[in-house]
Write a protein that binds this ligand. Structure first.
Ligand SMILES: Nc1ncnc2c1ncn2[C@@H]1O[C@H](COP(=O)(O)OP(=O)(O)OP(=O)(O)O)[C@@H](O)[C@H]1O
Ligand SMILES: [Mg+2]
Length: 296
């Protein structure tokens, strides 16, 4: 067991070394690396997938390169929301059948979508070859994106925990329903929050007052009982144009850019870009990959 862990660390180090060489060769063009943000929630159906896609488009509108990994095993995934049909998923990358660039599908505004498919489930039981295939492909992502957004399922299942544990930055999408707040608290309690920035987006609010009330409720509980301080990224209002856009399989930020929900997303994107707690460094992506494979 100890031997296996040692070999895994060696593998990680060798990929890091190769990756740094590529970066060095680029000279002044050195890419600072992708900022990795996992989007998750305690309870399902709170709006994670819609939030992730629309945030991705807002970041792209602001001039950033965005890749979204759909790491949700359930239905209602990124490709369903966008009406895209992916031919390959991460499962094919793990089996070394294709590379990660082959499975990227172009979404609106140039965002790239990667479908996890059954690959997300397979990640829990990867062979050494599978880990190696996945890692070298993940490093390619670092050069092609400024933001890597990971849309997960809800709750405390293994793959959600792996992505949540691995990323430096985690956004919890919460709605004002009491179960959404308590379920999010339970997940925050169960992940290690050391050196991690936990950000909160309150979705489907009726007013700013309601948003602040929900944020204060969860923030005071995590501060008091878990010694974890949360960042408030902003609120998205309940908006019938969101449902309308879901039915039309078009992101609401493109369909209705001046809607109240779109304005919420724009403000959140602005807050993320300017968030001084998470200055973009090359190590955000590196830590993510090392953490991910150590967790696995
Ligand atoms: N701000 C909003 N206003 C109105 N309706 C919304 C809003 N946000 C989300 N919804 C509704 O909630 C539904 C679920 O959203 P979404 O699929 O993004 O949730 P999810 O958290 O990804 O779900 P799952 O946990 O199943 O992956 C949407 O189809 C939409 O009808
Ligand atoms: Mg979803």
């Amino acid at each position: 067991m100890k031997d296996q862990a040692y070999k895994l660390r060696q593998l990680i180090e060798s990929f890091k070394e190769n990756n740094n060489k590529v970066l060095d060769m680029a000279g002044s063009q050195v890419n600072k690396g992708a900022r990795v943000i996992t989007v998750t929630s305690g309870k399902g159906g709170v709006g994670k997938t819609n939030f992730t896609i629309n945030l991705g488009i807002a970041l792209s509108n602001a001039g950033h390169r965005v890749t979204i990994i759909d790491a949700d095993l359930g239905l209602g995934n990124v490709d369903v929301v966008l009406g895209l049909v992916p031919k390959y998923t991460l499962a094919n990358v793990i089996r070394n059948e294709v590379s990660i660039s082959d499975i990227m599908v172009k979404g609106p505004k140039g965002i790239n979508i990667i479908s996890g498919g059954s690959g997300i489930k397979d990640m829990i039981h990867l062979s050494k070859d599978g880990i190696s295939n996945l890692m070298k492909n993940f490093y390619l992502l670092n050069e092609s994106a400024d933001y890597l957004l990971i849309d997960t399922g809800a709750g405390l299942n293994n793959s959600v925990i792996s992505f949540t544990e691995a990323a430096d930055e985690v956004i919890f999408v919460i709605t004002p329903e009491p179960t959404s707040i308590t379920d999010s608290y339970a997940v925050i309690k169960n992940i290690s929050c050391e050196n991690k920035s936990i950000k909160i987006v309150i979705n489907r609010v009726e007013s700013n007052e309601e948003g602040y009330e929900v944020f204060n409720k969860i923030n005071s509980a995590t501060k008091k009982f878990l010694n974890v301080k949360l960042d408030n990224l902003g609120f998205i209002y309940e908006d019938s144009l969101v449902k309308k856009s879901v039915k039309e399989q078009k992101p609401f930020i493109l369909n209705f850019p001046n809607s109240i929900a779109s304005r919420g997303i724009d403000l959140i994107a602005y807050n993320i870009i300017n968030n001084s707690n998470s200055i973009k460094t090359i190590s955000s992506f590196e830590r993510f990959v090392s953490n991910l494979f150590n967790v696995l």
